[in-house]
Write a protein that binds this ligand. Structure first.
Ligand code: NAD
Ligand code: MN
Length: 358
């Protein structure tokens, strides 16, 4: 039997609730289809750990993480720790440390989900977010702290290598999809250095992909296209910050932040890739048992695809779509179902489909 070793980092808040649910559906999947197995190892890397021990990731933690086939991550963020500390000390340490430079964020409206957008059925996008540099490269500083002349700078850093590899990844993604369309999103009218380099390298790389239909939009304008003409978009490539923002919009337009998944990929395979729902730790609903676990389930589907378990991925997605399509939905989608009820229903659907197939 093939065993995949998965490092599980639930993190904080509803991260713990949805990742626990995600593990349950993955375990049910392998019970029903026993040719594959998972070996999960839980890591308590969280704000709780930071407050108790002063570190999110213990010494040697990153070395240990390297030995896993994939990382299943919940969310990090606590009311007791400034967000820039939790983000940089845990999530970004893994993403950047393992050179997970391609962040993939699919968005489409699942069956049974009502979007606030009239033409939401036209949403079928994959947003490719550059995940290793740009606005989140950590450069900048503060001088004259606390004085009237205080200055803070936030310097975006873009490299030819970093830009070229994300564009190639995005073109490959476009080639794998029926419509083969790719939209370049920048702000190269106002930002005239790194953004212009993004544009230039995009058009250089485009020469290698004559079948891909390309266009470009400024980041402010693309938000209006997303809302008013969603059918114009297919694959979108954008910088770390821009794609962070437009992918939350994409999630909301396709129903809720609670259903959207993402993969942080190290495409060379040198280090493990990390899979997580795009939402955060959601202080407002933590502990209430009503977090929507669909984002964590769809994330697990992406992880299965990455592990080469295409059939299992399709089976899990089919169970998710069946349950959500039946109207059993969490409060963020206007329903009343709890995390537990949705999880149990997805597990039941997996078992039922497996027994029909057997
Ligand atoms: P959030 O995603 O935690 O919550 C935004 C809103 O969406 C809240 O009203 C929340 O209840 C709702 N929501 C999110 N996920 C949901 C789910 N699965 N089911 C139902 N409703 C859901 O974003 P925020 O409030 O801006 O941030 C809270 C904390 O999470 C902060 O500390 C922030 O830094 C952190 N954060 C972490 C990540 C991450 O770990 N990748 C991402 C975003 C935010
Ligand atoms: Mn975000």
């Amino acid at each position: 039997m093939k065993k995949h070793r998965i490092a599980v980092i639930p993190g904080d808040g509803i991260g713990l609730e949805v990742i626990d649910a995600g593990k349950k559906v993955l375990e049910t999947l392998v019970e029903s289809y026993p040719s594959v197995g998972f070996e999960f190892k839980d890591f308590d890397w969280s704000s709780k750990r930071y407050l108790e021990k002063g570190q999110y990731i213990p010494d040697g933690g990153i070395e240990e993480l390297k030995t896993f086939d994939a990382i299943y991550f919940g969310a990090v963020g606590s009311e007791e720790v400034p967000d820039h500390i939790s983000l940089w000390d845990l999530r970004l340490k893994i993403c950047q440390g393992f050179d997970q430079y391609a962040n993939v964020r699919p968005a489409r409206v699942l069956p049974g989900v009502t979007s606030r957008l009239q033409h939401a059925d036209k949403i079928d996008w994959v947003i490719i977010r550059e995940n290793s540099e740009g606005e989140y490269s950590g450069n900048g500083g503060r001088v004259h702290q606390g004085l009237p002349d205080e200055v803070g700078t936030e310097v975006s850093l873009f490299t030819r290598k970093g830009i070229e590899r994300i564009h190639r990844f995005a073109f490959d993604m476009a080639m794998s999809r029926p419509r083969k369309k790719l939209t370049l999103v920048t702000k190269s009218n106002a930002q005239r250095h790194g953004m212009v380099l993004w544009d230039e390298i995009f058009f250089e790389v485009a020469k290698d992909y004559p079948e891909v239909e390309i266009n470009r939009e400024l980041v402010d304008a693309v938000t209006t296209t997303m809302v008013l003409k969603p059918e114009r978009l297919d694959v979108i490539v954008a910088t770390n910050l821009h794609a962070d923002i437009i992918s939350d919009l994409a999630a909301a337009l396709s129903g809720s932040l609670g259903i959207a998944p993402t993969a942080n990929l190290n495409p060379s395979g040198e280090f493990p890739s990390m899979f997580e729902p795009i939402h955060g730790s959601a202080f407002d609903i933590t502990g209430k048992g009503i977090a929507n676990p669909i984002g964590a389930f769809w994330t697990a589907v992406m992880m299965l695809e990455h592990l080469g378990e295409q059939t299992l991925a399709e089976r899990l997605m089919a169970a998710v779509e069946e349950v959500i399509g039946s109207g059993l939905q969490a409060p963020d989608l206007g329903g009343k179902a709890t995390t537990r009820e949705i999880t149990d229903a997805v597990c039941a659907s997996i078992r039922e489909k497996a027994s029909v197939a057997a």
